[in-house]
Design a protein around this ligand. Structure first.
Ligand code: AMP
Length: 301
């Protein structure tokens, strides 16, 4: 089953306590697509500017990712500059240039309108609504967002939440969206906004899944060194939705396994700057770390 992702394809400039990188390939759609491509065919809808190099597009095509929905428009590519604190769960957006993304209207190539699995990556909620309006039939739509859109486009975001099945969001954003400090209360309040499942990403502390009838917790894979947490959330979402699309299993057990696969892919993503580590990753490495993950969390046998 193929997966459609709509989100940013970006230049990222990143500073972490381990070093820095200038104008590397980033963006919510990029991380999601590369992560999901280990599990299922992926199609991206997004926009880049005239300055976007062919080598970056080649990184996607080498992974078999379909770029028919990526438009090149006059102007500069979306550029984000972020700086992480010593506590890597905290980061500041130093610069945000929407460039060709402002005014972008996502247009889904005809065959994409029947995509079964859809991820509305972190992007203007108005654009997420435009994508929802073009979908004809689907099995699952999941969505991400961030503080920038929660603060600036709350009304549109609420309309998106009323139309999707799953929200993937980090803890501080869940607090901001719900107005609740306690994370369980925040999740319960978000479930009332529409999604049937809320996945709360807690950086190095892992992920919590909430639905009306279940709560599930997975730790982050313990790593000695995290080089660059950028894209961990989108890589998690890519591994998670990728596994759901591959297995077709949306039972609670299937969701739990997918959450662990998402956590595995995210743990690789943070081992190097930008998409470097995911680009050298193999399926075998994913399976091996999945087995280690099972051992890590087993307290029953
Ligand atoms: P994550 O670390 O998973 O939250 O995702 C980081 C990615 O989000 C980076 O690659 C950025 O290019 C992208 N990004 C940062 N700010 C925004 C924004 N306001 N809208 C969409 N994407 C963004």
């Amino acid at each position: 089953m193929s997966i459609l992702v709509v989100g940013t394809v970006a230049f990222d400039s990143i500073e972490t306590p381990s070093g820095s990188a200038e104008r590397v390939l980033g963006g919510s759609a990029s991380y999601f697509a590369v992560a999901a491509s280990f599990f299922a065919p992926v199609q991206i809808v997004g926009v880049v500017g005239e300055d976007f190099p062919k080598e970056y597009l080649d990184l996607f095509t080498h992974r078999g990712i379909d770029l028919k929905g990526v438009r090149r428009e006059a102007g500069a590519t979306f550029h984000w500059r972020g700086r992480y604190h010593e506590d890597l769960n905290v980061r500041d957006t130093v610069e945000l240039h929407l460039n060709v993304l402002s005014g972008f209207v996502p247009r889904l190539p005809e065959p994409y309108r029947d995509s079964e699995y859809v991820f509305l990556g972190n992007i203007d909620p108005q654009m997420q609504l435009q994508v929802l309006d073009q979908l004809r039939s689907f099995r699952l739509v999941a969505c991400d967002t961030m503080d920038h859109w929660i603060q600036g486009s709350d009304r549109e975001l609420r309309r998106v939440l009323g139309r999707i099945e799953m929200l993937v969001i980090n803890d501080s954003e869940a607090r901001l969206l719900s107005g609740e400090h306690n994370i369980v209360r925040a999740a319960r309040s978000i479930l009332k906004m529409g999604p049937k499942t809320v996945l709360i990403k807690r950086g190095e502390y892992g992920v919590l899944q909430f639905s009306d009838s279940a709560v599930f917790a997975v730790p982050a894979y313990p790593l000695e060194e995290v080089f660059d947490p950028t894209g961990a959330g989108d890589s998690f979402a890519g591994g998670f939705l990728g596994q759901l699309a591959r297995s077709g299993d949306q039972s609670q057990g299937g969701l739990r396994r997918a959450i662990v696969y998402g956590s595995v892919v995210a743990s690789f993503a943070v081992e190097d700057f930008g998409l470097k580590r995911l680009n050298s990753l193999s399926r075998d490495e994913i399976e091996e770390r999945y087995r280690r993950f099972v051992k890590l969390t087993d307290f029953h046998s």
